[in-house]
Design a protein around this ligand. Structure first.
Ligand code: BEZ
Length: 260
């Protein structure tokens, strides 16, 4: 009986140590942030000094975006384009914050090279004035799901997070290493998000400011009937799909150059 008992004890011990070993070697899994989540918090060193994210951006929209590496061609074309458009984003109360897993001195050297040497598509003497985060430990990149091992273990993918003035993630876009982003689309998305908030509407496929917008779907039979009969203010393709006019001037008067 003593032998059986000691055998059972030994097996329990082996099993429990096996389980704890398993727990130790399991890779740390950080959940990816999702639309509607609070933007994960971090403090970081950047090319514009330390930042406390998203706390110090309260009251502004922020686009937090990652790029794979400094001194690479696609990233250089992206940075020049984004920096050249930064005034347009500012006009919509939006700050830009970049990130790569390179170090601060590499960032500084790369941004200096861009300003001093690179001329691309009519852009030259481009100064990147928005902060570029150094993230050699990948702590921030991991928090934001920017390291996607199927694509690369050592470089962040091209992620874009739109964060609203309350610190809530409103849109997430991911692109692979090989595909440079479309910055007109980023500006269009920012304006669409702000227009939807301001006018309680939605925006249809390929919407651009000035195009018709979608009114929320009728929530009762009465409203559905009213809408189908209202030929003056709305155009209904069917009771659940109605649009109305919203001019670019109306939009800009509400959301462009708005004081915080
Ligand atoms: C680039 O930005 O050019 C790049 C970076 C990483 C992999 C491939 C291209």
């Amino acid at each position: 009986l003593l032998k059986i008992l000691s055998l059972i004890t030994l097996s329990i011990f082996k099993l429990s140590s096996y389980i704890s070993m398993e727990q130790v070697i399991q890779p740390e899994i950080t959940p990816m942030p999702r639309i509607g989540d609070k933007a994960p918090e971090f403090k970081a060193v950047t090319t514009q000094g330390e930042i406390d994210f998203p706390k110090q951006y309260k009251g502004s929209w922020v686009i937090l975006f990652s790029h794979p590496a400094d001194f690479t061609p696609v990233c250089t074309s992206e940075f020049m384009t984004f920096a050249s458009m930064s005034k347009e984003f500012k006009d919509y109360n939006c700050e830009l914050v970049g990130l790569s897993v390179d170090g601060l001195y590499s960032h500084i050297a790369w941004l200096r090279t861009i300003k001093e040497k690179i001329e691309y598509k009519g852009m030259k003497d481009v100064e990147v004035k928005f902060p570029l985060i150094e993230d050699i430990t990948m702590e921030v990149a991991k928090k934001y799901g920017m390291i996607q091992p199927g694509e690369s273990n050592t470089k962040a993918v091209r992620a874009v997070f739109f964060i609203d003035p309350k610190g809530i993630i409103r849109t997430i876009l991911y692109y692979p290493l090989s595909c440079g982003r479309n910055f007109d689309e980023l500006l269009r998305t920012l304006i669409a998000l702000q227009t939807a908030d301001e006018f309680s509407i939605a925006t249809p496929a390929d919407w651009r400011p000035g195009d018709e917008v979608i009114v929320p779907t009728a929530g009762s039979c009465g409203v559905a009937k009213e809408r189908m009969e209202d030929k003056k203010n709305m155009k209904c393709y069917d009771w659940f799909f109605c649009t109305k006019k919203l001019t670019k001037t109306e939009i800009e008067s509400k959301i462009k150059n708005r004081k915080k």
